[in-house]
Write a protein that binds this ligand. Sequence first.
Ligand code: FAD
Length: 287
Amino acid sequence: MTHIAELLAAGPTTSFEFFPPKTDEAAAALERTIAELAPLDPSFVSVTYGAGGSTRERTRDVVISIERTIGITAMAHLTCVGHSRQQLTQLLGEYEAAGVANILALAGDAPPDDPEAAARGDLHHAIELVELVRSSGDFSIGVAAHPEGHPRSPDLYTDRRHLADKLNAADFAITQFFFEPAPYLRLVEGLSAFGCDKPVIPGIMPVTNASQVQRFAQLAGAAFPAHLAARFDAVTEDPDAVRALGVELATELCARLLAEGVPGLHFYTLNRSTATREIAANLGLAG
Ligand SMILES: Cc1cc2nc3c(=O)[nH]c(=O)nc-3n(C[C@H](O)[C@H](O)[C@H](O)COP(=O)(O)OP(=O)(O)OC[C@H]3O[C@@H](n4cnc5c(N)ncnc54)[C@H](O)[C@@H]3O)c2cc1C
């Protein structure tokens, strides 16, 4: 059992995020992606949890299979929305019994077709889940951070204050994606001002489809800078050029972040390997 807190203490980590596949075909594709990324020797990988617990069993099964069968340290995402304390404790017990030692504790969002789900859960903020996970076993606990503030936060000061409290109770944070170093550096500085110096791993989303990323960015409260949008607009008719530009910009962002001494890089892979492998090769991270 490897704790991510220990990996972070040993030097910059490289990690990949996946979502649990819905079909046999998607499961086979994820298996291929993991096999293609394995030579990069990731420190750990993580698997998301569907809104409102919609992927409870699938997330659990994929996490346990990666940890036990493939032998890569795996982290399970887990959310409060719509869950009783007892349901969460049971799932944590299953992870502990299977040797999964890492949990990303999140508030989550209500699924679009069930807006009341959040109100039905026993826990409402991620910090309550951090406390529950801490009291449930020997887990390393990560939390989510939003460099430009969570969309539900009334202001950045309040956002940072809640985040510092949450992160101080946890072991590390992973950020929502962003496109230039400044928002990340301001986040780390802001947390430090609140007395929180725990590791904050930047989340990297390679842009392979500019309109899709602009939509994601809007939902996540991340600004897609106009000067970058203009560069994508200039090659919009050529999907290969869009991808190449996305890889070039993500490589540049990662290099600048590594030069700033970030504790690791966490790649949102969307269950595909090519862009991440190209960025890792450009950075000389390939194992
Ligand atoms: C790396 C990463 C991975 C993610 N993975 C998933 C996933 O697998 N599944 C999924 O459904 N979603 C996932 N999300 C999205 C996340 O669940 C949403 O952003 C959600 O809206 C907020 O989650 P949180 O854990 O940041 O919440 P919180 O930390 O609870 O914050 C949510 C809002 O509540 C405020 N707040 C926090 N504590 C308090 C308090 N004590 N009192 C008053 N206000 C408070 C915060 O300031 C913020 O505005 C992920 C996000 C990131 C960055």
